[in-house]
Design a protein. Sequence first.
Length: 410
Amino acid sequence: MIRHEPQPSRRTALGLFGAVPLTASGVPAASGVAEAAAESSRTGRIPEDLRPGGDFDRYIRNLAEQDKFSGTVLLAHRGRHVLARSYGMADKEKRIPNTTDTIYAMASASKPFTGLAVVQLAQQKKIKFYEKVGTYLDGFPAEIAEHVTVHQMLTHTAGMTDPTNDTSEGRVFHSIEERTQDISRRARSQKLRFTPGTRKEYSSMGYEVLGELVTTVSGQPFHEYVREHIFKEAGMESSAYYTRTDWLANERIAHPYMLQKDGTRIDGVRHLNEGGSMGVPGSNSARAFIGSGGGNGFTTAPDLVRFATALQKDRLLQRAYTELYVNAKISGAPLREGPADPRRGEAFHAYGPTSSIYNGRRYISHGGGIAGGSTNWSVYLDIDWVAVILCNYDLEIEPIIAQERSRITA
């Protein structure tokens, strides 16, 4: 059975996000770290390890010098950029370097935008979390339509398989309509892996269905809804669900350089017939033409800082629904835990992002990986830090995240 987080008392619930001391930017400090957060806000002290030239900066530079990192890393405190570094090339053929304003494919790191869209519609009373798929969408088999809830899809407890398990190998899509119809068809051919609500298993297909749910309930195509109601509201001017046509034409968008078995890297956008050696064999996200509820929105590192600020200042949701969005719902083993670390708390999932504790500090986060891309962003709710890692190489990103977490929460 799934372990559910204990129901908090009113006093505890207020302490989660509201009735606690605030940092300088108006973000609440959690119980037990309020004094430290207040002191940080008063002094503006930034650990030397996180400043330009510090240990974390040198760590990233060393990876880049070995051609083990290509992309952008950004650390921000109280909304201000502390460290911003970019390495490698956005487009090797055109000799365009990565910069802080380079736009990257996010892979699954854009799933929290899908979750946020659902919570926005729930705030408007257009969606209820306990309702079943069949309440909103037609054509699903009875085992899904009558038993899988919105809540379960949001928390990866619905039992749906992952779309990569049944995607035709090598298929290239040429329009938004073609891609959308394929997702809809495959969603309706699903068979549940387990009884909904009995365990947690990561499922991109659940988020694909949530993307269709947003479209149906809002009356707007998913990518347009997110652009208008999330990206625009947060001031994320460079973020969008770009098409493959945009990916080729817009020189600000980084191309994915897919690692091959012989150690070389191939531009996935220009070579749709090629795939990467990491993850699903033969995979190439550029074949999809456009991202979806399951992932591959595009953004910049500064835009993700803007997203964190807008979220924490309740510009995207009312405060009660912001709490609902970020707070832990379901406990389960993490997808990629990395080396053993006693500072790492138990892993939870919220309504889109993960919601966890590290070294006594709460954070929400999500990562993603495609052939030729590795991403992760984290918002440290108690201490007003945001960390962004956007790469156009497929690489082992966990050691970078570990370096980030240990230093920010020290």
